[in-house]
Write a new protein. Structure first.
Length: 149
């Protein structure tokens, strides 16, 4: 997992061949002004979801993991805490994985927490279990999904 400012994303372009396309999408679009919904960037290889709603409160939601995509969370409005845990330290036996939505939920609790403010990004790999949307009040965020190689 990588946490940085949106301006710092250029430092990570060499980590995945599709991160350059992500950077171009971010540069060409005013994410904070986009309506909630899903936006294709490069078909199902890269797409962006704009989400707006209330945070889930201070109760920690279940950890989630993805097998097929890297998530790039970009906070646009509000303050969000994301709980994190290395997936290898989680019990993955008998979990139900939804391959269509590329998500499974785990029962473990996060080991650490990170705080995002508007303009921050979190690059979350498939080996990062995470519990997003912790906090209070209105949040708006973009989550760009990048097919994991």
């Amino acid at each position: 997992m990588i946490v940085d400012s949106l301006k710092g994303f250029e430092r990570y372009l060499n980590l995945h061949p599709n991160f350059l396309s992500v950077s171009r999408f971010i540069t060409k679009n005013k994410l904070a002004e986009m309506e909630p919904g899903e936006y294709p960037v490069e078909g199902r290889e890269i797409f962006c979801t704009i989400w707006e709603g209330n945070a889930k409160g201070l109760e920690i939601p279940p950890l989630e993991v993805h097998d097929s995509y890297i998530d790039i969370h970009i906070l646009l409005k509000g303050n969000e805490t994301i709980g994190v845990r290395d997936r290898s330290s989680c019990n993955a036996e008998n979990i139900s994985y939804d391959s269509e939505k590329d998500i499974a939920f785990l029962e473990e609790m996060p080991e650490n927490f990170l705080s995002l403010s508007p303009g921050n990004i979190a690059i979350i790999y498939p080996y990062d279990a995470h519990a997003p949307l912790i906090g209070e009040g209105l949040l708006k965020k973009a989550v760009i999904k990048v097919k994991f190689l």
